[in-house]
Design a protein around this ligand. Structure first.
Ligand SMILES: Nc1ncnc2c1ncn2[C@@H]1O[C@H](COP(=O)(O)OP(=O)(O)O)[C@@H](O)[C@H]1O
Ligand SMILES: [Mg+2]
Length: 375
């Protein structure tokens, strides 16, 4: 087990700054997930750790030792790629033993390491096959097995499940969790998929535009996002955002007006920085709406309904009020209920809004209030 520390990492590709002064630490034995949209710099950071990129500045330390100047094979890290990167002309056994063979390890040691990894990944029966005879899931296991045989101090995974179908992906999520528990190794796992991040991580690093937005345990980030980016990125469907104006203010509350709601919302808000007349963004999680039509309500028509059996996902067209930055192009509100709802597209629907269940963001996108349960 080993601690991995990234200190003030900067990476330029010519004039383009891909990584902007990024620092974070993966504790010994931790399953750290780096998550962010495509192009935010996840692979660049991982490749920098592995020694496949030359960093512009900053340090990469394992247990306090700077590995920045070392060859990839001397860093004590092993990387698993999205596209498997197996050698097509070698058998599974040869693929998995390759690094040890190159390192000149004795035959018996290589065999033992390959057999052990194959047993952990349950691919013992596949060892004499060539990669082209394997399914996508089996290939990914071989790629992981190849990393395991190297006994690295740190495992690096770059979107290893992206090429698998949905059922296999959720199975592999569970298996990777099991593998982590079994090996107890430090793992840094990169994904653009917030579900993988939420379900697999001991802690999540949220990246955006080459910068760290926030680091924390999955539910910490979900419940108390530091800003609108994190709030919108974690959670599916996304949080609904509404533009609002502060129309009254006292020490502990702000009264908010948004055109289209049935009345003004009186939201608990201790932050001194917000004044009457300020613009704010209200955030409402899809699961935060209430059936109860008492109090302040949002009215509209059902535009899409997905009945999943034990739960229902629907989109509400509340024109003229629009949710901005939403997944549905028309700015419809995403609503999630943990029960069956019999409604059809076009049906009118009125939902209650609990003022103590809202998020608030300032004009810079910084969170200034969280639901009372998480405040
Ligand atoms: N070799 C390269 N040359 C120039 N730009 C690159 C290179 N590799 C990556 N980039 C750019 O750096 C940014 C981060 O890329 P990457 O780390 O691959 O993102 P992610 O893995 O999060 O999708 C992107 O804008 C990408 O276009
Ligand atoms: Mg990538």
């Amino acid at each position: 087990m080993a601690e991995l520390e990234i200190r003030n990492l900067i990476k330029d590709y010519g004039a383009w700054r891909a990584i902007r002064d990024t620092s974070f630490t993966a504790a010994s034995g931790e399953f750290l997930v780096m998550v962010g949209p495509s192009g935010c710099g996840k692979s660049t950071i991982l490749r920098s750790i592995a020694g496949l990129e030359t960093v512009t500045s900053g340090q990469i330390l394992i247990d306090g030792r700077n590995i920045g100047g070392l060859e990839p094979s001397d860093r004590g890290v092993a990387m698993v790629f999205q596209n498997y990167a197996l050698y097509p002309h070698m058998t599974v056994r040869q693929n998995m033993g390759f690094a040890l063979r190159v390192a000149g390890r004795p035959r018996a040691e290589i065999d033992a390491a390959v057999n052990r990894a194959a047993a952990i990944l349950r691919i013992e029966s596949q060892l004499d096959k060539k990669p082209k005879a394997l399914s996508g899931g089996q290939k990914q296991r071989v790629a992981i097995g190849r990393a395991i045989t190297r006994s690295p101090q740190v495992f690096l995974f770059d979107e290893p499940l992206s090429n698998l179908d949905a059922a296999l992906r959720s199975q592999m999520r569970i298996e990777l969790g099991r593998l982590h528990a079994e090996l107890g190794a430090t793992m840094v796992y990169v994904t653009h998929d917030q579900t993988e991040a939420m379900t697999m991580a001991s802690r999540i690093v949220v990246l955006n535009g080459g910068r760290v937005e926030q680091v924390g345990a999955p539910l910490e980030l979900y419940n108390r996002p530091a800003n609108r980016f994190v709030a919108g990125f974690l959670g599916s469907p996304r949080m609904n955002f509404i533009a609002a104006t502060v129309v009254a203010r006292d020490g502990g509350t702000a009264t908010l007006h948004a055109d289209g709601l049935s009345g003004n919302l009186v939201v608990p808000l201790a932050q001194a920085a917000v004044r009457t007349g300020d613009s704010v963004t209200i955030g409402i999680r899809p699961e935060a709406f209430r059936d109860d039509p008492g109090g302040i309500t949002l009215s509209g028509r059902v535009s899409v309904i997905e009945s999943l059996g034990r739960e229902t996902l629907l989109y509400l067209d509340a024109a003229p009020l629009r949710a901005f930055d939403s997944e549905s192009l028309e700015g419809h509100f995403a609503v999630h209920r943990t029960r069956q709802i019999t409604a059809r597209p076009g049906d009118p629907l009125r939902l209650g809004i609990d003022p103590t269940g809202l998020y608030l963001f300032d004009t810079e996108g910084r969170a200034i209030a969280w639901p009372s349960a998480h405040a």
